[in-house]
Design a protein around this ligand. Structure first.
Ligand code: PLP
Length: 437
């Protein structure tokens, strides 16, 4: 189990002063007092820093790369706008995702639509706005896009998502690249569809795409993915004399959730990916392609903590339970993926104890940690669950008739409310009652 020192070393925006945990010098106590709990606290500057790290890593490899932030990780408008302002593109999975990207200020050409089961309205929105790329996942989808685009007098850039039979990720539920998964088409079909698309009037095939999973920490997996996609491009060229000028590697880059893990060397990531792809293209006599990456977690996960209040501390058998005011509706990763997140009390006491930490939802999976050694925790204390920026608020719900939490952002030394807590009216506003009820 990591000590507090190691946790802080991995989170340089957090400090302890007079036994109190601060974020960039701000008192989390005062923040909780002003905005209530459960509360997500986002460090906006860290998001920008992560984006720039990755952008610069590709630039220093002289690699033409589009970093298309995966909105599913966290689609709060303040965050999507921040990244758009820095020049990030957007990877979205729905018509509303396209609208959100445009509202955030992302250029149409930098928007990528992905997903195995897009609806007619998702596709129409993409074609109407002539977005940069639609990654298709079946022949039927290709035909449908062609029909809609032809009708609209448009020609859409499409990519083909390939199921490489290569899967990775921290939990079975976030692995997506295996043959048993629903995503993409096999290599043979990809070649066939690329050729088929080249003859269509409403589409223009430009890319091959894969996304093999999430929270991947082994760079060799990305190397293999890059190589397999690049080799497939060269096969398409050899067989059909068709260029594949864009390779979209999807997202998946992991972060160190436990303090014993190291941060993935993002420079190495860019280097390995660019070098692998460029070598294959060069050997095939092809021009270097543009590379798209779709990071979600990597850009936003460590920017955010979930602040929660201790309602009760009690003992059942040999276990001491801390019962907090945040639940699986606010943050589902521990319940759904058995994910590990560091949890730090805001007041640090000398005495230590081992705790289980659970929420208010009536499900046994509504637990954030088990057998966790923390400095002693008392009723009404505050706890911070770290690295909560990805798949936190974006997967939150009103389950158990609970509000989705409020979110504040620290940016350039100021604190902003970027999402109001749901009110009761928010929760029921779309419900309709039966007549005479
Ligand atoms: N791209 C696609 C197609 C995805 O399905 C996902 C996540 O599931 C992502 C990008 C973002 O993944 P991550 O947050 O692991 O970078």
């Amino acid at each position: 189990m990591a000590g507090l020192d190691e946790v802080l070393k991995k989170h340089p925006n957090l400090q302890i002063l007079n036994n109190e945990l601060l974020i960039r010098g701000f008192s989390l106590f005062k923040i909780a007092e002003e905005y209530g709990t459960p509360l997500y606290v986002v460090d906006g500057n860290l998001i920008v820093e992560r984006y720039k790290e990755m952008r610069d890593a590709f630039l220093s490899e002289n690699c033409n790369a589009l970093i298309a932030y995966a909105y599913k990780a966290n689609s709060l408008l303040a965050i999507t706008k921040l990244l758009a302002k820095e020049g990030a593109g957007a990877t979205v999975v729905s018509a509303y995702g396209i609208k959100l990207a445009l509202l955030s200020g992302v250029e149409n050409s930098k928007i990528v639509l992905v997903g195995p089961s897009k609806s007619y309205s998702d596709l129409t929105e993409a074609i109407k706005n002539n977005i940069g790329l639609i990654n298709i996942e079946s022949e039927q989808e290709l035909v449908e896009i062609n029909q809609i685009a032809e009708k609209m007098g448009n020609r859409m850039n499409i990519g083909i998502r390939v199921n490489l039979g290569l899967s990775a990720g921290a939990h079975p539920k976030i692995r997506t690249g295996g043959r048993k998964h629903k995503f993409g088409v096999d290599e043979k079909t990809a070649i066939k569809l690329y050729k088929y698309a080249s003859k269509m009037k409403g589409v223009k095939p430009i890319a091959l795409h894969a996304h093999i999973g999430s929270q991947i920490t082994d760079l060799k997996v990305f190397q293999l993915e890059a190589q397999r996609l690049a080799l497939l491009s060269s096969t398409i060229y050899k067989k059909h004399k068709l260029d594949v000028p864009v390779l979209d590697l999807g997202g998946g880059l992991g972060i160190p959730y436990t303090s014993n893990e190291e941060r993935i060397p993002y420079k190495e990531f860019a280097k390995i990916v660019c070098k692998t792809i460029n070598e294959v293209y060069e050997n095939a006599g092809l021009q270097k392609p543009m590379i798209i990456v779709e990071p979600g977690r990597y850009l936003v996960a460590d920017s955010t903590l979930l602040l929660m209040k201790v309602n009760y501390v009690k003992r059942i058998g040999r276990k001491t339970w801390i019962l907090v005011d945040a639940g699986m509706n606010d943050f589902i990763r521990t319940a759904m993926y058995n994910a590990y997140h560091e949890i730090v009390p805001i007041i640090i006491r000398d005495k230590k104890e081992v705790y289980n930490i659970g929420g208010p939802v009536c499900e046994s999976s509504d637990v954030f940690a088990t057998n966790r050694e923390l400095s002693e925790v008392k009723k009404d204390d505050l706890l911070a669950l770290l690295d909560a920026g990805a798949y936190g608020i974006s997967m939150s719900s009103t389950y158990n008739i609970r509000s989705r939490p409020a979110v504040v952002m620290l940016f350039n030394n100021k604190l902003y409310l970027i999402r109001e807590r749901d009110t009761f009216e928010d929760i029921i506003k779309n419900d309709k009652t039966l007549p005479n009820s």
